[in-house]
Ligand binder design. Structure first.
Ligand SMILES: Nc1ncnc2c1ncn2[C@@H]1O[C@H](COP(=O)(O)OP(=O)(O)OP(=O)(O)O)[C@@H](O)[C@H]1O
Length: 317
């Protein structure tokens, strides 16, 4: 039940940022409207995916509910998420938004999606977590070897998928601490692990809050109620730190953050990265990529012959 709360955080409206950055890129040889560039600091043939992960190990104490606190897996990186020819429409109107999206994320990779306002970035993220506003009309999504599209939003969360929202919702009457404790315990329960009582959970969560420079008094406040924009974003990262998801989708986690807050958030995200998990971040600003180094940058765009009614495709090259 608690994780249904987490999923509900998805379903909020967004405030689009004003502009897109200009980055060098090369176009896909295919008829796609997502182009992918290797991040400048990691130039290599992107068809080769056997490199050892360069991600730092977690610096925050890890007792991952998603992995059951298991030791990092050895061996070559595995595919974490495979999106193939994903098509989705707005459930209410039937308007097609995603028109054949392809994206593959391996363990240990950080992917960034950039692109103009309205190009479909958030829609992709929301479709991945099972937002009810959208209906998948084609394609497949495999997450950790399982059919993600057959799972309920709560099951996706339990499976290790996390999404932070552009505009996190407030939950009046529910304290941040209780919310996090419930979400964490729901995940542990799913894994057959014993629930963590409040006192022990406090010991678990407080260092994570400290790691992102979040005052512990925010744990006593109601979820996001009266939080500033930046505080809400930090709170999203605290949720991620608590749940230690295998794949974190961060939708404009940098919007509304001042430089110090951005650095704190980026440090926390980097600290959570291990060779076995991944991040998919949506952003308009290159400055985020300076703090959280991406393995790949994808640009989502509309093909010239596509009208507003024929929206986005996406393909990884
Ligand atoms: N629930 C919905 N109802 C109506 N239109 C929608 C809905 N969801 C998405 N759209 C439309 O789909 C298009 C893509 O929206 P989306 O939010 O995915 O874009 P985006 O690339 O994330 O934009 P931004 O960078 O501005 O956040 C937009 O034209 C948007 O208006």
């Amino acid at each position: 039940m608690a994780l249904a709360f987490c999923s509900s955080l998805l379903f909020s409206s967004s405030t689009p940022p004003p502009s897109s950055p200009s980055l060098p890129f090369r176009t896909s040889p295919t008829d796609s409207s997502l182009i992918t560039i290797p991040a400048p600091h990691r130039i290599r043939p992107i068809s080769i995916r056997t490199r050892p992960s360069l991600r730092p190990k977690a610096t925050v104490a890890a007792d991952s509910p998603a992995t059951g606190g298991a030791a990092p897996r050895s061996g070559p990186p595995r595919v974490l998420l495979e999106v193939k020819d994903l098509k989705a429409v707005i459930a209410e109107s039937g308007q097609e938004i995603l028109r054949g999206v392809n994206l593959t994320i391996y363990e240990g990779e950080v992917h960034a999606i950039m692109g103009k306002n309205g190009s479909g970035k958030s829609t992709l993220a929301k479709v991945l977590v099972g937002h009810p506003d959208y209906e998948v009309t084609g394609g497949s999504v495999i997450f950790k070897g399982e059919n993600l599209l057959e799972m309920e939003p709560e099951e996706r969360s339990h499976a290790g998928l996390f999404m932070s929202f552009q505009t996190p919702v407030e939950i009046p009457g529910v304290s941040n601490f209780d919310f996090l404790n419930m979400a964490y315990n729901a995940q542990r329960k799913k894994l057959g692990l014993p629930e963590l009582p409040p006192l022990e959970f406090y010991s678990y969560v407080s260092p994570k809050a400290a790691a992102i420079n979040m005052d512990l008094r925010f744990l006593d406040r109601n979820v996001n109620e009266g939080f500033s924009g930046g505080e809400k974003k930090r709170n999203e990262i605290l949720q991620l730190a608590v749940l230690e998801a295998d794949l974190a989708i961060l939708d404009e986690i940098d919007s509304g953050l001042d430089v110090d807050a951005l650095q704190d958030v980026a440090k926390a995200v980097n600290g959570l990265l291990t060779p076995n998990n991944s991040v998919l971040m949506i952003t308009h600003y290159q400055r985020l990529l300076e703090y959280i180094k991406p393995s790949y940058v994808h640009i989502m765009y509309r093909l010239p012959w596509q009208t507003k009614q024929h929206s986005m495709q996406m393909q990884t090259i």
